[in-house]
Design a protein around this ligand. Structure first.
Ligand SMILES: *[C@@H]1O[C@H](CO)[C@@H](O)[C@H](O)[C@H]1NC(C)=O
Ligand SMILES: *[C@@H]1O[C@H](CO)[C@@H](O)[C@H](O)[C@H]1NC(C)=O
Ligand SMILES: [Zn+2]
Length: 431
């Protein structure tokens, strides 16, 4: 007599196997989301081989570059009919920030699809969606018989979330990159809670500022001028006033958050430690404070440096300072590190019209409050926009329970079909 229970279990397993092998855009997206690419130990090898198999299936050329051992960078290419024209580069990063599984309603690398269409995964918005949408759009365009005039490249880079030093920075400085003759770059953007797609034309440049004050030490009971604490607090007051002046512009609606210079205190260090806390009857001879500064490309870095030297940490007040500049604020020709979003940039109208042709609308171009790999491309003078087609979506990058709706993801593929076909057909002026 056949073992009915065993038979039943076999059918059950077969059912799940068939479903897990399903080959739809959503199934492929979920498979890509299931690789644990979180720092500090991102799995790069498996997602790269997955993407390679996808590229082979679609018929794209591929190359794996490795500027640093175990940090692969995958480059896919769809050759254009006129390879002499500057090419297009669609970039995304392979890695993601960590996730705390206990704070998630579904495991962060399960890519759980809920009945209402939400796909939960670390990286669903940042930025594994675009990574797969680029491929799906090309798959569809190829199926429709479309041939690009310009060559289209897709790059999958490591380490964006930890500064891109071993990823995009080395890539953009390489001979391999030079040879691509890239004319225009699209990279990650952010979700939009409304109906319009967001687009980012610049990043803010992060600076770290440490100011140190010194002054004569003294008994806690004595009133005297120019103690270290007094000197530091005078600076903190001046910096706080500057911060308010910038924040007021945002509060009045004249500028968006990322369009002003932000300066936020991140630490204070002073006092003489004692076994129970701090010595309370002594005024210390040194005091220091740390600030996180973010400069939009429109800010004049020399003016800020002058302000720091003369007002925030003046030597006349026994102050010294250290400025840690992370990343450039000007391109190689000394121009502000931003991509024009008007007719002066020939790619802009083509991009904008492609969005409209797909039935979408762009909101006012923005400066990104944080940084992405685009700064490396912009530094080389290459126009680059940050764009992730997600509308009516809460902004959940780096947050718990990051998710993307299946319908939003699929709509994004259509948007990229329009964007890739328009940009790759663009005959151009001279660029
Ligand atoms: C600077 O430090 C010296 C030495 O501690 C002190 O004598 C002087 O008053 C301080 N000056 C100011 C402006 O803080
Ligand atoms: C585009 O914007 C830049 C920077 O704001 C400006 O200098 C340039 O004149 C603008 N070009 C056009 C065609 O409006
Ligand atoms: Zn990202």
């Amino acid at each position: 007599m056949p073992n009915l229970r065993l038979l039943f279990i076999s059918f059950f397993l077969l059912f799940f196997w068939v479903h897990s092998q399903e080959d739809t855009p959503i199934a492929r997206f979920r498979r890509y989301l299931q690789f644990n690419t979180a720092h500090p130990n991102p799995n790069y090898a498996d997602p790269v081989s997955f993407l390679l198999s996808q590229a082979n299936a679609i018929g794209l050329k591929s190359r794996t570059l490795e500027f640093v051992p175990s940090k692969p960078l995958l480059l896919l290419t769809w050759p254009g009919s006129d390879p002499s024209l500057p090419s297009l580069l669609f970039n995304s990063h392979l890695d993601s920030v960590p996730a705390e599984p206990s704070k998630w309603i579904h495991p962060p690398f399960s890519a759980t699809l809920t009945p209402d269409g939400k796909i939960y995964a670390r990286g669903a918005q940042d930025d594994k969606c675009i990574a797969m949408q680029y491929l799906e759009a090309i798959r569809n365009l190829k199926a429709k018989g479309f041939t690009p005039l310009r060559t289209v490249h897709i790059s999958y880079v490591p380490d964006e979330e930890i500064g891109g030093v071993d990823g995009s920075e080395k890539f953009v400085q390489s001979k391999e990159f030079e040879d691509l003759n890239v004319g225009f770059v699209l990279d990650e953007g952010q979700a939009s809670t409304g109906d319009e797609f967001r687009v980012f034309y610049a990043d803010r440049s992060p600076w770290g500022l440490i100011i140190k004050a010194s002054g004569a030490p003294g008994h806690g009971s004595r009133m005297y001028d120019n103690g270290a604490m007094e000197n530091l607090m005078k600076s903190v007051e001046v910096i706080t006033k500057f911060r308010e002046s910038q924040f007021d512009v945002v509060k009045s609606g004249e500028a968006m958050n990322a369009e002003v210079i932000s300066v936020n205190p991140v630490y204070l260090k002073a006092g003489t430690p004692s076994p129970t806390g701090f010595v309370m009857n002594m005024q210390p001879s040194e005091a220091e404070a740390g600030f996180d500064l973010r400069l939009p490309p429109t800010a004049d870095p020399d003016l800020i440096k002058k302000r720091i030297a003369q007002e925030w940490a003046p030597a006349t007040r026994n102050m010294t300072y250290k400025l840690i500049q992370k990343g450039p604020i000007r391109d190689y020709q000394g121009r502000p590190l931003m991509t024009l979003t008007n007719e002066s940039n020939p790619w802009w109208p083509v991009f904008k019209q492609a969005i409209e042709a797909a039935g979408g609308k762009l909101s006012r171009p923005e400066i990104l409050a944080s940084t992405t790999d685009t700064r490396f491309m912009r530094q080389r003078g290459i126009p680059a926009l940050g764009f992730s087609p997600m509308t009516n979506t809460p902004i959940l990058l780096h947050d718990h329970n990051e998710f993307l709706k299946d319908t939003v993801y699929l709509r994004g593929i259509e948007v990229y079909e329009s964007v890739i076909s328009s940009l790759s057909s663009f005959k151009g002026e001279s660029n």
